[in-house]
Design a protein around this ligand. Sequence first.
Ligand code: EPS
Length: 417
Amino acid sequence: MISSNIRAGLICNFEKSTLNRVLFLLYNIGMNRFRFLTSGESHGKCLNAIIEGIPAGIRIKASVINEDLARRQVGYGRGGRMNIEKDTVEIKSGVRFGKTTGAPICLEIKNKDFENWQDVMNTEYQEYPAEETIKKIEEKAFTKIRPGHADYAGYVKYNFTDLRDVLERSSARKTAIEVAVGSVAKQILKEFGIMGFSHVIQIGNVKLDFYPKTYTLIKEKAEKSDVRCADDLTADRMRNAIDEAIQAGDTLGGKFEVIFGNLPVGLGSYVHWDRALDGRLAQAVMSIPAVKAVEIGAGVEAASLRGSQMHDEVFVKNKTIYRQTNNAGGLEGGMTNGEALIIKGTMKAIPTMRKALATVDLKDMKPASAHFERSDTCAVPACAVVAEARVAIILADELLTKIGGDNFVEMKEHYGA
Ligand code: EPS
């Protein structure tokens, strides 16, 4: 028998916790906890981001963000721009003495190359520009569409006359600030023991066939490699393929893998299509410039696997569930299942090429050779780091949505519960 006092207390507690839960759910409906916007052009003054929804009291270090920015810049086959920039972030607000305050976080990366582009990227209207300035703007203007780039559709959509206006924002340069945002997400995830890495598994026709035995080894080897490849011999062959492409004035694509471990069970949901985590992750990786395919777990191989080969059988030891395979890539029913999250991305070859492709000059609508300017021959290693950042952003958002809290202490309490 429960006394009426205790019963009243239980009902009261039940109502209180239900009310909190309902309020929390209402607050979260249709709203991402980790929200951000970026701005900036490839050769403009700077790249910026404002991140919103981060609880107070989380340790964020600019030095850690800078390490991630440096990882994005490494890569055999990158263009001259990477010799100009040494990307570093300035945290401009939302962090005090190394801890978040709960206020929006503003990040900034300066473009060193802006020094050489001040006249061309001036934000002010100039009624009577100097002869010299007009010459510079004209030199950098172009109208010969690069097949495979955003040039043509961007020109039509925004009614431009100079494709420079498309190139400047569609450039993969903006991925630098996204990596900075991803680094903030990774620092939040790390507080809960969730960590990840990325590595390259294919460049051109060269595939990684030999995988080191553990994730730790793959990560260590990939971090030391200028093609982010975990096997030295494969890395040599990848570099040779890049050298051949450079000689031919051509470019190369490839494939990368992002892996995150120690995730709680149940991030994402099966109740609505837009809450399924596989869908959210696919969108996040697919929208990186030049990515053409995303796979989760067995990915496209799943087409030829029978049910008995595909599905990861479930075992138990000391009341703990475990699997011996991970074809699901850590996701079942659009939710994390406690296994490592495994996502592969395919990047096409970069469309800015010395070996000019056939195109049309929009100035006179006559056949022409595509515009070329300094670019990368292969950016798959950088793309892997960008994908790692994008995945971290989605995971941090899901974690914050699941556990809630306005400060780190509350988050920890909720996570423990
Ligand atoms: C990039 C900066 C760009 C390119 C590249 C990525 O700098 P710039 O145009 O001055 O050489 O190197 O962008 C592209 C390949 C592209 O197609 O936009 C960077 O910082 O990653």
